[in-house]
Ligand binder design. Structure first.
Ligand code: YH5
Length: 298
């Protein structure tokens, strides 16, 4: 599909995917920034978002609902009250496209009216009315793989072949979008790291991310600070920056067009290192890497 460079038209912004782009996470949940009430919460979320743009974020992902299995569900009004003021404030003050992280059609509509130009839906438009809302709004959409819903997804995790099954799911959702009148040019796909997956599945997805690029739309990867990084490094959530940066580099190397992260400055650096090394890669030599230590039987 992409002979040249895939571009995502996000409102008046063009997100050029010639190099991997950084989507910065902005959680607008009461405990994420402050406990000083709604206005203080909005102001600190906006300040945090602007700082992430300064660090080099290529887009902002604004979310008002936690997707953790144990999180209390957030009412529609509460989610609107959290995200709409933040999007309104940012859309006039910031230079990068704003994504709304939601599964609710009403939130999609209000967010786009407030200035969001991208929909990030972990439920891949399966909620009632979400597909129609996205089609009507005409902005790009990220379809993520998640078996069941956030409360059930980690209950019975089993795949015969995680790559094949996740790709099958995403192919079906892409087809449903096409049927609803959403152009393939407006689609992004995401294997959904940590959503209904164990470590072995997350590793298989990261190692073989290029398998999803074959579907001909940009691939988004979100590994930042997730438990897979904790399981590999043995570190708690606040000490997963290096592990997350390494995983971001691997995702980019394996074809991700957009990387969803908390730590923008650190991710920017690892992607710069990757780009510099990739630019130096010689096309006329096929140099095979050898393991650092070779055992006698090798
Ligand atoms: C994603 O992968 N993830 S919310 C648990 C953590 C840390 C982070 C235990 N929304 C994705 O970020 N949207 C989320 O530590 C997403 N892709 C897309 N497209 C979960 C999250 C997180 C969960």
């Amino acid at each position: 599909m992409f002979d040249t460079v895939p571009n995502l038209q996000c409102g008046h912004h063009v997100l050029k995917l010639d190099v991997p782009r950084i989507m910065a996470i902005v959680n607008v949940t009461p405990d994420s920034f402050s406990d000083g009430g709604r206005l203080a919460n909005t102001e600190s979320a906006v300040a945090h978002a602007l700082k992430l743009v300064e660090q080099g974020a290529d887009m902002l992902d604004i979310g008002g609902e936690s997707t953790r299995p144990d999180a209390a569900p957030v009412s529609l009004q509460e989610e609107l009250d959290r995200v709409v003021p933040v999007i309104e404030a940012l859309s006039t003050r910031c230079s990068v496209p704003i994504s709304i992280d939601t599964s609710k059609p009403e939130v999609m509509r209000a967010a786009v009216a407030a200035g969001a130009v991208f929909i990030n839906d972990v439920a891949a438009l399966r909620h009632e009315g979400a597909m129609a809302a996205a089609a009507e709004l005409g902005v790009p959409v990220c379809l993520m793989h998640m078996p069941g819903n956030p409360r059930t997804m980690q209950k019975e995790v089993h795949y015969d072949d995680v790559l094949v099954q996740v790709r099958q799911f995403l192919t079906e959702r892409m087809f449903a979008c096409e049927m609803a009148g959403i152009s393939k040019k407006n689609l992004v796909i995401d294997p959904g790291f940590g959503f209904g997956k164990h470590l072995e599945h997350n590793l298989a997805l990261l190692a073989n991310l290029a398998y999803f690029c074959e579907l001909g739309v940009p691939v988004l990867a979100g590994v930042s600070r997730k438990s897979m990084i904790g399981q590999i490094t043995g570190r708690g959530i606040d000490a997963r920056v290096s592990g997350s940066a390494a995983a971001a580099m691997l995702a980019a190397q394996n074809g991700a067009g957009i990387i969803r992260v908390h730590d923008v400055a650190e991710t920017k650096d690892v992607l710069a290192v990757l780009a510099a090394v990739q630019a130096a890669k010689r096309k006329d030599h096929s140099v095979k890497a050898k393991p650092a230590i070779q055992w006698p039987e090798d």
